[in-house]
Design a protein around this ligand. Structure first.
Ligand SMILES: CC(C)(COP(=O)(O)OP(=O)(O)OC[C@H]1O[C@@H](n2cnc3c(N)ncnc32)[C@H](O)[C@@H]1OP(=O)(O)O)[C@@H](O)C(=O)NCCC(=O)NCCS
Length: 156
């Protein structure tokens, strides 16, 4: 659907994380999700290169608001290689967040679909994630269903 000579696709561009995204508010966006201290340019480069080495096995996707040049949504997926299920693979979705100013515009759904499609294209038999009860309805809208419970042990 077009409005003011532009489409939503013109305004919001979904793609993989680029190193220049630190300058576009990527870290500030993650701070809306959880504890995320400031990251120096050096540390960001180091971690970016480390993740990039995994290629399609670990991707971080972002949505850029082309007009403002800001990163307004992100999420990641990691491909786990197993012995079970005939040496199957499972995708793990993590760190999904949409900027508070652009929530309710289907951007979260777009991120999750992008990540789930990536896991499917990598040959995964399933894709899984953890979430709060408050986000359950959102993930159900993305085609997920509740299964079992989450357990965690923090080291710090
Ligand atoms: C959860 C979050 C990612 C959703 O992103 P969003 O862009 O606002 O969601 P969307 O607009 O894509 O919503 C898709 C559908 O889910 C629904 N939805 C979204 N959040 C919802 C919620 N908390 N409860 C119920 N429904 C919800 C929307 O109404 C929409 O329904 P529709 O397709 O029938 O219109 C966003 O609110 C966010 O970043 N929250 C803070 C961080 C967070 O909790 N991340 C998840 C970590 S597991």
């Amino acid at each position: 659907m077009q409005s003011n000579n532009s489409t939503e696709g013109d305004t919001f561009h979904i793609r993989k994380l680029e190193i220049s995204d630190k300058e576009k508010g990527f870290i500030e966006l993650l701070k809306q999700l959880t504890v995320c201290d400031s990251v120096t340019d050096e540390k960001f480069k180091e971690r970016f290169e480390e993740i990039t080495k995994y290629g399609d096995e670990h991707i971080i996707c972002v949505i850029e608001d082309v007009k403002s040049g800001k990163i307004v949504a992100t999420g990641s997926v990691f491909i786990e290689k197993k012995f079970v299920r005939n040496c199957g693979k499972a995708g793990h979705i993590e760190d999904v967040v949409v900027d508070s100013s652009t929530r309710g515009m289907q951007l979260g759904k777009k991120i999750v679909e992008y990540l789930a499609n990536h896991a499917y294209s990598m040959g995964c038999y399933k894709v899984i994630l953890d979430c709060t009860e408050g986000n359950r309805a959102f993930y159900e809208k993305c085609g997920f269903k509740k299964k079992e419970i989450q357990m965690v042990k923090y080291f710090v």
